[in-house]
Write a protein that binds this ligand. Structure first.
Ligand SMILES: Cc1cc2nc3c(=O)[nH]c(=O)nc-3n(C[C@H](O)[C@H](O)[C@H](O)COP(=O)(O)OP(=O)(O)OC[C@H]3O[C@@H](n4cnc5c(N)ncnc54)[C@H](O)[C@@H]3O)c2cc1C
Length: 301
């Protein structure tokens, strides 16, 4: 269980409260606020706070004095124009703050996104919980033979069981030793900042992560992508659903012009034009390397 009954009660009381505000409010995001969306076996994502909505993006783009008199259709058109033409600063006017609970090895990938503000749970100050990510059997895959950064077939039978047993046993043994080193029962007890160093990378950590919509969409473009590791992708996918509720027009434009869009190199565009003109284009006469050609073929056939 990612949340204790006390934590759930705290969230319920936060959600029960409410104050009138003059600030922009997104109904879709209000419905999400504070709620923990479970991810992996012990993780979650929840929105702690946000600023702005679709209208705020347009307001900033027009540098207007109020919420303006333009229609929703006008706003959607403007947002799509901004996204299409990489006019990104209006999207930076929206902000969001998440509380995320995630395994440390996922946090290492996540923290590479530098355009965010982070405050992590301190394992110098506090004792970490005995919570480790153990993959579901269908995620326990072999090394991919095609992609050095990917997974192949799902492990089966005895091998799968042996791997699961090793993961669980190692995690429990490390945590037992962590507790033994911390213990002040008949001994001084090792400092928390040192005892934590023998914990494996599948232990859970937590942080508050705040960023603006432009950088969040960049994060989602990379991490909700099929090439991202499953364990970070599942967080990004939940965050996509949240963003779709928060700024529906911006998210639709992002989906159309970034997530589901295809970009072409100069050589790719030339090859496509030649194909449309009826020419047979091969890798050899395309000007593309083998890998780029394979990627081109995957999209265009
Ligand atoms: C599928 C995948 C595989 C990856 N594999 C590896 C790997 O093998 N090894 C590895 O080390 N990393 C790897 N990464 C991490 C990757 O290289 C980036 O560090 C990560 O995705 C963060 O991207 P970012 O720098 O664009 O994001 P952010 O740090 O959030 O930055 C957002 C944008 O701000 C600008 N910016 C930020 N900081 C600077 C700066 N100092 N100078 C100039 N511009 C800046 C850039 O325009 C940048 O795109 C991988 C990422 C993915 C998605």
């Amino acid at each position: 269980m990612p949340l204790s009954p006390e934590q759930k009660a705290e969230i319920e009381s936060q959600r029960a409260g409410g104050e009138r505000t003059l600030r922009a409010v997104s109904p879709g995001m209000e419905a999400r606020l504070y709620t923990a969306h479970e991810v992996l076996d012990h993780g979650f994502v929840r929105v702690i706070d946000y600023m702005g909505d679709d209208a705020a993006i347009c307001q900033a783009a027009r540098v207007s004095y109020g919420r303006g008199t333009r229609s929703v259709q006008n706003d959607e058109g403007l947002i799509r124009y901004l996204m299409r033409h990489w006019h990104s600063t209006p999207f930076e006017m929206c902000e969001v703050k998440f509380h995320v609970k995630l395994p440390v090895f996922v946090a290492r990938q996540w923290i590479r996104h530098r355009m965010a503000n982070v405050n992590e749970y301190s394992a110098r100050y506090s004792i970490l919980d005995r919570e480790f990510y153990i993959p579901a059997p269908e995620q326990l895959a072999a090394q991919s033979t095609q992609n050095n950064q990917g997974r192949g077939d799902v492990l089966q039978g005895e091998e799968a069981q042996r791997v699961l047993d090793l993961l669980r046993d190692d995690a429990m043994r490390s945590y037992d030793h962590y507790e033994a080193m911390l213990s002040q029962d008949g001994q001084q007890g090792l400092a928390r900042e040192l005892a934590r160093m023998n914990l494996p990378a599948n232990i859970y950590t937590q942080w508050y992560w705040k960023t603006d919509l432009h950088n969040l969409l960049h994060f989602l473009r990379l991490r909700a992508d099929a090439h991202a590791q499953y364990e970070i992708r599942v967080y990004a996918e939940v965050m996509c659903e949240i963003v779709a509720d928060w700024v529906p027009a911006a998210f639709a434009a992002f989906r159309d012009y970034r997530m589901d869009a295809v970009s072409l190199s100069a050589q790719g565009a030339a090859a496509l034009k030649r194909r449309l003109a009826g020419e047979v284009v091969t890798q050899e006469n395309s000007g593309m390397g083998a890998r780029e050609w394979r990627e081109f073929q995957e999209v265009w056939g």
